[in-house]
Design a protein around this ligand. Structure first.
Ligand code: NAD
Length: 282
């Protein structure tokens, strides 16, 4: 394996991302030369539809790998030589390794959600799970929940067509169909019958304060996972704790997508606890 690593984060508005700091601190801790730089397409004046050229240049300029983020996670796939089966099923790639055998895509958003979930909510009952938010992040979460063995998943989104499309896609790519979509106004009927809920809309971020659904639906035996991580302690998680529910914050997914990417890029085993401690200080 290489003695030094040069890695980039390609997307629009990636400047404030905490991922470069997470990777480089872990590289330092493991004693490897590890340089991870944001490649902000907006700042560089490069249209996202030129992602294929960006990969060609990154490889030519000596990068070992790139993380790929909004808005290129789907469009990058046609430019790759191979795609890992989990990422191919999902139709989204966030990690590209430039190998001697070509450019290979992976998705550590979905594996990262799964690893963080198993670590942070090990006893969660997956009999009947509601996912609120069917965007890009919600799609990665939904795939992870099905791989983890969710028996029944209901997808809810303010955009009911989006929820329906995701439910249909999930049903077609997972062998046992056990996914439904429901309109947002069905939540008061759904949540009392559910074992857990994952929140994957932007609600709760500083720019979108509040809680996406009625907090009086929370109860002690309904676990609550939020994937919003700025802030880590969202109004939803505060309300869930007040209701006596087990909770998982979005920092777990944010850290484990980096843990899994670091492992793919270096072939080394990063220390997930150390990366978590570092992330929570950033
Ligand atoms: P997106 O815009 O692709 O999708 C958001 C979806 O939520 C849309 O389909 C929208 O219709 C729906 N929505 C918005 N408000 C809603 C509401 N009140 N009720 C129901 N549905 C609603 O966004 P995305 O890329 O999927 O990201 C969503 C959020 O996930 C981000 O804002 C970010 O906070 C978080 N995120 C976290 C991680 C992590 O590692 N923890 C990774 C990616 C994204």
């Amino acid at each position: 394996s290489a003695t030094s690593h040069l890695v980039g984060l390609v997307g629009t508005g990636v400047g404030p991302s905490l991922t470069p700091a997470m990777h480089m601190a872990e590289g330092r801790a493991l004693g490897v030369d590890y340089l991870y730089r944001p490649i902000d397409l907006t700042a560089a004046g490069i249209s996202p539809d030129r992602i294929g050229e960006v990969l060609t240049w990154a490889r030519a300029l000596g990068f070992d790998a790139v993380n790929v983020t909004h808005p290129c996670k789907q469009s990058v796939i046609e430019h790759l030589d191979r795609v890992d089966p989990v990422a191919a099923t999902l139709g989204a790639v966030n990690t590209v390794l430039f190998t001697a055998d070509g450019d290979v895509g992976y998705n550590t958003d979905t594996t990262g959600f799964a690893h963080g979930f198993v670590e942070g909510l090990p006893d969660a009952d997956l009999a009947d799970v509601v996912l609120v938010g069917a965007g890009g992040a919600g799609t990665a979460v939904a795939d992870a929940l099905l791989r983890l063995g969710t028996a029944h998943l209901t997808v809810v989104d303010l955009d009911v067509d989006r929820a329906g499309d995701l439910a249909r896609d999930l049903t077609s790519r997972h062998p046992i169909p056990r996914v439904d979509a429901a309109s947002f106004d069905k939540l008061p009927a759904l949540l009392p019958e559910s074992t857990g809920v994952v929140h994957a809309t932007p609600t709760g971020m500083a720019e979108h304060p509040g809680i996406a659904f009625d907090a009086s639906l929370l109860r002690p035996d309904l676990w609550v996972a939020d994937i919003v991580y700025r802030p880590l302690d969202t109004a939803l998680l505060q309300a869930a704790r007040a209701a006596g529910a087990a909770t998982l914050d979005g920092g777990h997914m944010a850290v484990y997508q980096a843990v899994d990417a670091f492992a793919l890029i270096t072939g080394l085993r990063p220390d997930a606890d150390r990366m978590t401690r570092h992330f929570r200080q950033l």
